[in-house]
Design a protein around this ligand. Structure first.
Ligand SMILES: Cc1cc2nc3c(=O)[nH]c(=O)nc-3n(C[C@H](O)[C@H](O)[C@H](O)COP(=O)(O)OP(=O)(O)OC[C@H]3O[C@@H](n4cnc5c(N)ncnc54)[C@H](O)[C@@H]3O)c2cc1C
Ligand code: SF4
Length: 534
């Protein structure tokens, strides 16, 4: 008898679960997904660029694929575009009935094939070993799963001081050549290292999910790499489809899961229609993104009118200026993903904040103060751009504000429940953890010639970090409906496994998605072995 599994969603967690499950060729693996993709106009332009040399690229195609990030209703960092499209953020029905109050981000459930990894920054580091002290899963348990995922993803990065807390765990390729600013900062760090390390500060190169060998430094990374060198979960899922290891169904909004004695039934509605489809399998893996999965599971288990807390690694945006200018970055050939990181370690690997530094990219221009955008401000603008870098920093969830989700009973038992997303007051300037981090960053400013522009520090709105989860945290002793065992099983279910960040016990302030993938792989691989044993 063929054993069968369903994977719900097609983002990073789903790709990792699929990787583990397809190790058993006897298992039938089906993926159900909303499955939005790049519109044909943008896809055609990207494909023409992908097969041409950089000096052959047409201006018209470049205009199509380089739409800059767009402001959204809650302000803060503008929303990214990929190849000129917003499809990873677009609502095709998956957000109907979802209300975000208190200026919270409402674009929290992707409907894209590949999910948010179509627009991510591709930063790829594991969690520190100390993070797992708060998890019922040890750092050693995660080791093989991290290695399996890094075997699938191209890794660009180098062994440097960051490897003390964030080991590479797999062979890597060097990053593309770094910008002048990054080289200056790394050089100064080398020179003043003991002084910085005494303050718990270390600096090192970015670690990226990037096929760096083919990079032509065209600077288009933030709007979509014409050669698709930046990893997306869609790459893995497409490979598994092409080799006929998975069956993929798109255009389906999964709205209910039921478990019975001999298996699982999943109900899905056609996107843009009213028809429902029913799927059955031995097991189901829920991978709709932490908030999408939480909504689906709350509805299926009928957990209505009971708020659940979402742990978020809140993001802050902090520009830096340097006294020594570099040549005008607008004229330089460069890659525009994160190039270097600063790690502020307050206590030996647990209370850690990462700051990811970005050198110039064209979105900087739109976000300069109005006075610097005027034509006649060009000399001052040039001078600022020659000195400016922008850092995205994070606070760990245990030192950051949470937000809440409340599900309301839907009109019929086949639909997703309505969902309210509410946040409390943030009051970030009084946040003790943030003040400690900023204190260290300011203390090392002279050594690195990186001066934080503290008056323009901004905190992203609730849900905007895209680093959130922990609604059904793993625990060895499940207590109440909002917890899962170490295989992501909730509410007494034995055959349904949540595998995305919904089951994280905490969300540290370090890069996030590699651990989502490793944890999903760990769960799915354990289940695969269970299913394979006679
Ligand atoms: C701008 C941006 C930059 C980022 N940068 C980084 C970074 O540099 N490093 C990092 O570690 N992380 C980063 N992230 C976060 C990262 O993208 C996410 O952590 C990751 O995509 C989460 O993967 P996931 O599989 O859990 O969910 P998602 O990526 O949200 O995928 C969810 C999947 O489920 C499907 N789905 C949803 N609901 C349903 C339903 N009801 N029925 C059927 N299918 C459904 C969707 O179609 C999608 O395929 C970034 C995110 C953004 C938005
Ligand atoms: S610079 Fe960025 S967009 Fe250009 S080839 Fe390299 S990775 Fe791709």
């Amino acid at each position: 008898l063929t054993r069968s599994v369903l994977i719900l969603g097609a983002g990073a967690a789903a790709a990792a679960a699929a990787l583990a499950l397809t190790r058993d060729r006897g298992l039938s693996v089906t993926v159900l997904d909303i499955g939005e993709t790049l519109p044909p106009v943008n896809r055609d332009a990207q494909q023409r660029l992908s097969i041409a040399r950089r000096d052959e690229w047409s201006e018209a195609d470049l205009r199509t694929v380089t739409e800059q990030p767009a402001a959204n209703s809650i302000g803060g960092l503008p929303e990214k575009r990929t190849y000129g499209s917003a499809y990873p953020f677009q609502d095709v029905g998956q957000r109907a009935g979802l209300t975000a109050l208190d200026e919270a981000n409402e674009a929290v459930v992707s409907g894209a094939y590949g999910g948010f990894t179509n627009v991510w920054g591709a930063q790829l580091m594991p969690f520190t070993a100390a993070t797992f002290r708060d998890w019922p899963v040890s750092s050693a348990d995660m080791g093989p799963a991290y290695a399996a995922i890094l075997n699938e993803i191209p890794l660009a990065g180098e062994e440097d001081d960051l490897a003390d807390l964030f080991p590479l765990l797999a062979p890597s390729k060097p990053l593309p050549p770094l910008s002048e600013r990054t080289r200056q900062v790394l050089h100064r760090y080398d020179r003043y290292r003991p002084r910085l390390n005494r303050r718990g500060v270390s600096v090192g190169r970015a670690r990226l999910a990037l096929d760096s060998r083919s990079c032509v430094r065209c600077g288009l990374c933030m709007t979509g790499c014409p050669y698709s060198l930046i990893y997306s979960a869609a790459h893995t899922l497409t490979r598994l489809q092409q080799s006929q290891q998975i069956t993929y169904h798109r255009g389906l909004l999964v709205s209910r899961i039921e478990e019975h004695d001999d298996g699982v039934t999943v109900l899905a509605r056609e996107i843009g229609g009213t028809a429902f489809h029913r799927f059955t399998a031995d097991r189901a893996f829920v991978a709709c993104g932490a908030i999408g999965s939480t909504r689906l599971v709350m509805g299926s288990l009928e957990l209505f009118d009971e708020p659940v807390s979402v742990a978020e690694s809140t993001q802050f945006v902090l520009p830096f200026l340097s006294a020594r200018p570099v040549p005008d970055p607008r004229a330089a050939d460069d890659f525009t993903l994160n190039q270097f990181n600063m790690v502020v370690d307050l206590d030996g690997g647990h209370d850690v904040s990462q700051l990811h530094f970005y050198n110039y990219n064209p979105a900087f221009l739109d976000n300069l103060p109005a006075v610097l955008r005027r034509d006649r401000a060009e000399p001052v603008r040039r001078s600022v751009l020659r000195r400016l870098t922008v850092a995205l920093g994070y606070l760990p969830s245990w030192a950051a504000p949470t937000f809440e989700l409340t599900a309301r009973k839907p009109a019929d038992s086949c639909s997703l429940p309505d969902l309210e997303l509410t946040a409390g007051p943030a009051g970030f300037r009084s946040n003790r953890f943030l003040r400690q981090v900023l204190g260290r960053v300011t203390a090392v400013a002279p050594a690195l010639d990186l001066w934080p522009a503290l008056p323009v520090l901004s905190m992203s709105k609730p849900g905007k970090s895209y680093h959130w989860g922990a609604t059904f945290p793993h625990t060895t002793r499940p207590n109440g409906p909002f917890s899962s065992d170490v295989l992501g099983r909730v509410g007494g279910w034995r055959r349904v496994h949540m595998v995305d960040a919904a089951v994280f016990p905490t969300v540290p302030a370090t890069t996030f998605t590699l651990t989502i993938m490793a944890n999903a792989y760990r769960i799915a691989d354990t289940v695969r072995r269970e299913l394979s044993s006679p």
